[in-house]
Design a protein around this ligand. Sequence first.
Ligand code: HEM
Length: 216
Amino acid sequence: MTQTQVDAVGALGLLRFDRVQRCAHWVNAALFGVLMATAIPLYFGSFFGVVLERHVVAQVHLWSGLALPVPLIVSLTGPWGRQMRRDLRRINYWTRDEILWMRSLGNSGLSVDKFNPGQKLNTIFVGGAILVMVATGSMLQWFRFFPVPWRTGATFVHDVFALAVFGVVLGHIVMALTHRDSLRSIFGGRVSERWAAVHAPGWLQEQRLKGPPGSD
Ligand code: HEM
């Protein structure tokens, strides 16, 4: 890579999330927000009638739930989903050093790739939760097609995962608010080289070898 290319990367900042990924993130976040807000009155039935009828809340919950996989599917398919697919491959790829990094709670001196193992685990949990919640939620909705033990199991799993979703989303928001540069990148897409040198040195090196957009 020439000095001009190095300067170009530095001046632009690095593209961490493209427009498709940012869009998918915010639609997904909005759907999770609606699902969590409607889950509270569904679980604690005594809220009903205060603002909305139970039927309305249950319908909003159901339709937001059925829409939940859509942003992920749309952003992963088609030519527009190239970077999303590339990042999914990164998230699925775990090295021995990353497992050691997890065990030492981030103190093993790992040269972090684009995402650290904690961020990878968060994404894997969210993806898994989408699958589990859509499957169990569909069983709660179309219960007539399932035997009673399945329905009981589905309600239990839906509730346990709901609790985990509240915990993980809360943790995710706290991390986002305390890491302003990361937060900015999910709005504007870019991070500075200085940020990448500290938080994602492995990825920075890869970007430097690749050069600025359009150079490969
Ligand atoms: C972030 C994701 C979600 C959370 C936190 C969540 C949470 C909850 C909770 C706490 C309940 C009440 C269960 C009970 O009374 O024991 C519920 C009910 C329900 N959920 Fe979800 N859920 C989520 C996603 C989904 C999805 C993806 C679907 C998709 C079909 C869905 C469909 C339903 C249905 C049909 C009910 C029963 C509503 C009723 O009682 O009429 N949920 N959900």
